[in-house]
Design a protein around this ligand. Structure first.
Ligand SMILES: Nc1ncnc2c1ncn2[C@@H]1O[C@H](COP(=O)(O)OP(=O)(O)OP(=O)(O)O)[C@@H](O)[C@H]1O
Ligand SMILES: [Mg+2]
Length: 239
């Protein structure tokens, strides 16, 4: 478990300010959804937190440790893992090879074997298909693989960018069910980009709503789904 602090974080692509001085905190073991329309800056925010995208300014801290300015591998080693949008699994490698990719830096080989067992127990299909090419998995199975690969680095905090993308609702149910079970089992802190506030409310947790690079609302996901916070965020003045 880890707590995360984001302070005045900004991401700039040339003239475009994609994330505008965003600040928030995530408590140990909390589940935080980040929602908002396309182009709101959700992926850029996650990218800046995990070090994949350079921040223009601002600061990210995990358990009081400053992550800003560190290389993504260094940040991963400190216990922050990212499941990127679109999964980015290695289609030509086997399921097991994909899972082992993130463990290269770990010296605790016995714990790696335990972690592999944990993800195989959470997602039995990955054990069944361990030696099949990852490219041959269905979209839902590939999402489970991407989540499992991130878990193999033994994170305290995991960022997941749109796990429901392109999946049938039943498959999304399954992905979230397993993800939440793993969160409880491993005591993970989770930050999940999820477009659907209804979905976030069903899974349960806190939700940030982003629009135009800013956080425009922050509250219980159920309140968003009920429309209370949404109207204010969408019709209020974002500037
Ligand atoms: N590498 C990049 N270079 C230039 N502009 C970018 C880059 N990545 C994102 N952007 C722009 O930054 C803004 C925020 O994009 P971002 O991908 O963070 O949004 P998002 O909320 O994740 O959107 P989506 O829901 O479509 O995934 C958009 O206007 C996008 O076009
Ligand atoms: Mg995105």
């Amino acid at each position: 478990m880890a707590k995360l602090g984001v302070f005045d974080l900004a991401v700039r692509y040339g003239k475009l300010l994609a994330v505008k001085d965003v600040s928030f905190a995530v408590a140990e073991g909390e589940r935080l959804f980040v929602s908002g329309p396309n182009g709101a800056g959700k992926s850029s925010l996650l990218g800046a937190i995990c070090g994949a995208v350079r921040a223009a300014h601002g600061r990210v801290e995990m358990d009081g440790d400053i992550l800003s300015g560190r290389a993504p591998e260094d940040i991963a080693r400190r216990g922050l893992s990212m499941v990127p949008e679109g999964r980015r699994i290695f289609a030509g490698l086997t399921v097991r090879e994909n899972l082992m990719i993130g463990t290269g830096q770990r010296r605790d080989r016995a714990a790696v074997a335990d972690d592999l067992e944990t993800v195989y127990n959470a997602f039995p299909i990955l054990r069944e298909r361990a030696h099949a090419n990852a490219g041959a998995l269905s979209g839902g199975q590939q999402q489970m693989l991407a989540i499992s690969r991130a878990l193999m680095t033994n994170p305290k905090l995991m960022l997941v960018d749109e796990p429901s993308l392109g999946l049938a609702p039943k498959v999304v149910d399954e992905v979230y069910e397993r993800l939440c079970a793993l969160q409880a089992l491993r005591g993970l802190t989770l930050v999940i980009v999820e477009q659907s506030s209804t979905r976030a409310a069903r899974v349960g947790g806190r939700m940030l709503l982003m629009r135009g690079g800013k956080v425009v609302a922050d509250g219980d996901a159920a309140a968003f789904a009920a429309g209370d916070l949404l109207a204010e965020a969408y019709f209020g003045d974002p500037s």
